[in-house]
Design a binder for this molecule. Structure first.
Ligand SMILES: [Zn+2]
Ligand SMILES: [Zn+2]
Length: 388
């Protein structure tokens, strides 16, 4: 029988099995289905029945080479680890003392529950928790990063600290709710830049999911103009639908000159860098005006050249942001539930959990122009394509 001391359940409406289907990492690149015990919520935690989970580029990196996931101080391979961090679902069990959420409530989740006791957590910067990854054994500080340092969402149930939950309205679909944390990451970037972007000019570089929703959030915050740059016209077109006033294909023109031309030769107030391209940081600092601010939201794979003299001479600010801190997901969800932008424009495919390897392939190879690929444990028939 599922349960634990002080844990509340509702067996009639939301029966919980003892074990569940979960994807686990084997060797690098290998994802397989396994059975795991359904985890039991502790103090300040709930059990979420996972109704949908989106695949993120970071999941693909974890599946392929392990980092940035860190399990017991090492890479996550062959440790029965379940990746996946962009999930939503229904609260089906409450840990001892939890009265902030009710059983049956639909929620989406943030990735990071900081330890709650370090300097950064106390400042709301829980994505930069100083006890990051200290989740096991004697050094367990209660920190969690779903799908990074603790089990994530490619399974049927997961425990979440109540600090990571964001309530969602009935009108928001499961698929849309998985995108709240992506919009929340963009919102965190704009928060760290100062947050007051109404009437200010913003460039977003790189039309991946965070960049596209970065355009939407900047526009919803009143930025003017919002300019999106990238290499693929179909992605730039989606950026326009999400609110970009101008788009620039960097293959066709000099992007710095094009940005300046759109701003009376002056450059913009803010750049949100979401491309991770090797020349992106220098281009960003050349695009902002004097005293402008640059948010670095992408993880480049190689060391990146930076024109420090230009930055100093022009009093330019650079902000590295990590994830979705300072409750930014709540502000993003507020925009989404008020329909200030339609995040579902970046959702392209849905697969059954059993089809996770196919879903991963779609996301990785951008099959059929895939952007956000969502996986659901229920309500979607698994379709095995015989020819594959
Ligand atoms: Zn992600
Ligand atoms: Zn902390």
């Amino acid at each position: 029988m599922y349960g634990g001391p002080g844990v509340k359940t509702n067996n009639k409406d939301f029966p919980i099995p003892d074990t569940m289907k979960a994807c686990v990492l084997g060797n690098p690149g290998e994802v397989k289905l396994a059975q795991k015990p359904v985890p039991v919520p502790k103090r300040a935690e709930v059990l979420v029945r996972i109704d949908a989970v989106a695949i993120c580029a970071t999941d693909l990196e974890i599946i392929d080479h392990g980092s940035p996931a860190l399990i017991q101080g090492g890479k996550p391979f062959n440790k029965n680890f379940t990746p996946g961090h962009e999930y939503m679902g229904t609260v089906v069990a409450l840990g001892p003392g939890v009265d902030e959420y009710r059983i049956g409530q639909r929620v989406t989740v943030e990735i990071h529950a900081g330890c709650g006791q370090c300097k950064r957590c106390r400042e709301g910067m829980y994505t930069s928790c100083h006890n990051y990854g200290l989740n096991y054994g004697d050094v367990d500080k209660g920190h969690r990063a779903n799908g990074f340092t603790t089990d994530g969402g490619f399974c049927e149930y997961q425990v979440n600290n109540i600090n990571t939950l964001v309530a969602i309205p009935d009108a928001m679909s499961d698929e849309e709710a998985t995108l709240v944390v992506t919009a929340g990451t963009a919102m965190y970037g704009l928060t760290e830049l100062g947050g007051l972007v109404a009437g200010e000019s913003v460039v977003v570089t790189g039309p991946g999911p965070i960049g596209l929703l970065g355009v939407a959030v900047a526009k919803a915050l009143g930025a003017q103009p919002v300019i999106l740059t990238g290499t693929r016209d179909n992605r730039l077109a989606i950026g326009r639908e999400l609110g970009a006033d101008h788009v620039i294909n960097v293959r066709n023109e000099n992007v710095v000159e094009a940005v300046k031309r759109l701003n009376d030769g002056k450059g913009v107030d803010y750049v949100v860098e979401c491309s991770g391209a090797p020349n992106a940081v220098n281009e960003a600092v050349y695009m902002v005006n004097r005293g402008g601010k640059v948010c670095l939201a992408a993880f480049p794979h190689a060391e990146t050249p930076v024109d420090v003299a230009h930055i100093v001479r022009n009093n330019i600010y650079l902000y590295g942001i990590r994830g979705e801190g300072k409750s930014a997901t709540h502000r993003a969800e507020a925009f989404m539930s008020q329909k200030r932008f339609d995040a579902t424009k970046i959702h392209t495919h849905t697969f059954a959990l059993d089809d996770l390897p196919t879903a991963i392939r779609y996301a990785k190879d951008r099959v059929d122009d895939a952007i956000k690929v969502v996986v659901k444990a229920r309500g979607v028939a698994a379709h095995r394509v015989a020819a594959e």
